[in-house]
Design a protein around this ligand. Structure first.
Ligand SMILES: [Fe+2]
Ligand SMILES: [Fe+2]
Length: 323
């Protein structure tokens, strides 16, 4: 594909996982697809035309993973998703793994769009809606962490990482005794926002294969503070959520950043966030290294506890992942 075609495609179309469309009967947007890798998208299905139940699943089976929505219809598409997510998530005829996968696709698509928009009002609105869906799915059904791991994507994008960390943080918090649904929702929202400060870090630093320079490392270390400063005055967020953003890289022995506080000074939700954040980073595919297996990642967490990470939380997370 020539770079110009690639760029204009990115500007004109929003890539959407086809799996996301398999559970809807009608769409208020046009759907395009590429007949071969790198081709210009062509119309697959016009807006508001009824879709056969097996039409999209068949394409998916045939190997089509991504379709495209015109960017100028992006808002309508988001609206449509938000209106339909609740009914799909509450439809117990759809197997739980499929609903988890659907929410994962929806969530990543929503986060990708709002993180890209660089609009804090929009971001908080979407994150709030998404956290509500995540909580309703996780608190209504018996979610097995290993199954959740299997339906998640494990790429290096901040929106993927944030979605995964939020899901894991909720599961770990629930296992640690947090049962109140409103509290779990706040935890999920904190997880979705924990790396907000990273959105301003240039991609070439985040994906750099070589050793980081001192200046680049300092830029990375600023992200908890930058996220905290951006969110601190928002009335819709609680102190607990802000601590997830500000303290998720602090370590119990004081060796973390941005401040280097230790022990109980680190908020309990930040400690939860820290365990699952490291686990997520280790098990995701990064441009500079291959992912660790679940087993390897759990062993690394084990070595970091109880000096750097909360021993009970690591134990709990291991038990959840090994269920
Ligand atoms: Fe972070
Ligand atoms: Fe993170």
């Amino acid at each position: 594909m020539s770079p110009s075609t690639d760029t204009s495609k990115r500007q004109k179309y929003l890539p959407v996982p086809l799996a996301l469309l398999c559970l809807t009967k009608e769409l208020p947007v046009d759907v395009y697809w590429c007949l071969y890798p790198g081709a210009d998208p062509v119309l697959l299905r016009g807006q508001n035309i009824e879709i056969d139940d097996d039409e999209f699943p068949k394409l998916l089976e045939g190997g089509v993973e991504t379709v495209y929505i015109p960017r100028d219809q992006g808002e309508v598409f988001q609206q449509h998703l938000q209106e339909n997510v609740r009914s799909i998530l509450n439809n117990h005829d759809v197997p739980i793994a499929q609903r988890m996968a659907f929410l994962n696709s929806t969530g990543r698509t929503m986060l990708q769009e709002v993180f890209r928009s660089d609009n804090l009002d929009k971001t908080l609105e979407s994150v709030s809606v998404l956290s509500e869906h995540m909580t309703s799915l996780i608190s209504q059904d018996e979610i097995v962490a290993g199954e959740l791991f299997d339906v998640l994507q494990h790429d290096y994008h901040t929106y993927t990482h944030s979605y995964n960390v939020a899901s894991y943080a909720m599961l770990l918090a629930q296992e640690m005794g947090f049962r109140d649904e409103a509290e779990l929702r706040r935890i999920s929202m904190g997880g979705l926002l924990h790396d907000l400060g990273k959105l301003r870090i240039p991609n070439q630093i985040l994906t750099k294969k070589e050793r980081l320079t001192e200046a680049e490392w300092q830029t990375i270390q600023r992200h908890p503070t930058d996220g905290f400063v951006a969110l601190a005055e928002r009335a819709e967020l609680t102190f607990d959520q802000l601590m997830m953003v500000y303290q998720h890289h602090e370590k119990l022995d004081g060796s973390g950043y941005p401040v280097g506080i230790d022990g109980d000074e680190i908020h309990v939700l930040a400690r939860i966030c820290s365990v699952v954040d490291i686990f997520e980073a280790l098990t995701s595919n990064r441009p500079y290294r291959n992912p660790n297996s679940t087993k390897e990642a759990l062993e690394i967490l084990d070595k970091m506890a109880p000096t750097k990470l909360d021993g009970d939380m690591v134990k709990c997370w291991k038990a959840l992942m090994q269920k």
